[in-house]
Design a protein around this ligand. Structure first.
Ligand SMILES: [Ca+2]
Ligand SMILES: [Ca+2]
Length: 353
């Protein structure tokens, strides 16, 4: 713990970075230094839940699925491994959602092709299904269904994921819905992008009748990913910015803008992403206060050592989680800390242990 604190202090000293006004210092969620790709959600009653990948005992990739819970707005955390025994998978390979005492986690599992499965708990994560439920179409072509994102939409569960069934270098965003809290999923999966190159890393949130989704996309220029956004006001039957090619572009700068996450509270939509722009790389934040119709200017939340951000929001504010360090997750023994900053109002707060 002492070394972690020293690393954190050193990073801040070297980078000269300080949080924007009002942000709490970061919180370490998992002490192992070997976890990655955390997704986080808050339920409005001081509980904050996260799902993430962990180094397996014998495999250098993130082969284990873990669940973390805080009951005090993210200050103290408990953790447990979920017994789904997935083989190693790629980044952004799980997500988390909640409804009352139910906790839902879609995750990516490597088989003959990588597929998206679903896990749930009915009691705040105390007990989980004995095995995952398949969301991907069983006969899908290609070799990857990846990067699942899940949201609760009234009595519906939606899962979005990236899929290369249309070509190995052309991931598209696909969708499946469940009307029975995840016991069954719609097939065939619906397609909501038709764009060249990779449309992937979807993240999703819901407020009232609207479902909001963001993803990274390198359409038109394989060297430059940008963040795209879309919204459905009819439970994902139709999309405001279309599905061919699909979406509204939120960023416009050379360099990779990717790995977005999204959260909402009321009519305010919050987006974070990892931007590897040449000048000023780091974790960026952008919001809309009119349900995604117009967007404010971006704000830089973290210096260039942060990556893979995730965000949640409740009436207390905004919670952002990211991974420290430049290293690809779990590919090296480099520290891969989880950090958390909490905001109230627009951008505030910060937490450090
Ligand atoms: Ca595509
Ligand atoms: Ca870009």
């Amino acid at each position: 713990m002492k070394s972690l604190i020293m690393i954190s202090i050193l990073m801040i000293f070297v980078s000269g970075w300080t949080y924007p006004p009002g942000w709490r210092d970061e919180v370490q969620i998992d002490p192992s230094e070997q976890c990655a790709h955390c997704k986080v959600i808050a339920d409005g009653s001081s509980k904050v839940h996260c799902a993430y990948r962990h180094l397996g005992e014998t495999n250098p990739r993130c082969s284990d699925l873990w669940y973390g819970r805080s009951t005090d707005t993210g200050i103290e955390w408990t953790r447990e491994q979920l017994d789904v025994t997935p083989p190693p998978v790629a980044d952004r390979s799980c997500d988390i959602a909640i409804k009352d005492s139910m906790v839902f986690i879609p995750f990516e599992m490597a088989q003959n092709r990588n597929n998206v499965y679903f896990q749930k708990s009915l009691d705040y994560g105390e007990l989980w299904l004995p095995e995952g439920i398949l969301i991907t179409d069983p006969d899908a072509l290609g070799d990857h269904s990846s990067h699942p994102g899940i949201v609760v939409d009234d009595t519906l569960l939606h899962v979005f994921f990236a899929d290369n069934r249309n070509g190995k270098t052309n991931f598209e965003i696909y969708h499946s819905v469940s009307t029975d809290w995840g016991d069954n999923w719609s097939h065939p999966n619906g397609r909501i992008t038709v764009a060249d190159s990779n449309s992937w890393h979807p993240a999703v949130t819901c407020n009232g009748p609207s479902v909001h989704i963001v993803w990274g996309d390198n359409r038109g220029d394989p060297s430059n990913y940008e963040i795209y956004y879309n919204r459905s006001d009819d439970h994902c039957q139709h999309w405001v910015y279309g599905v061919n090619p699909g979406g509204l572009r939120l960023t416009s700068i050379a360099g990779r803008s990717d790995y977005p996450d999204i959260a909402s509270y009321g009519n305010t939509i919050h987006v974070v992403w990892w931007d590897q722009r040449k000048f000023g790389p780091g974790i960026y934040y952008k919001r809309s206060t009119d349900n995604g119709n117009t967007w404010e200017a971006e704000v830089k939340l973290d210096a260039d050592y942060g990556s893979y951000p995730a965000i949640a929001a409740d009436e207390r504010g905004v919670y952002v989680v990211w991974q420290a360090g430049h290293q690809a997750a779990c590919s090296t023994p480099e520290p891969a800390r989880r950090e958390c900053a909490q905001a109230t109002g627009s951008h505030r707060l910060g937490c450090q242990y």
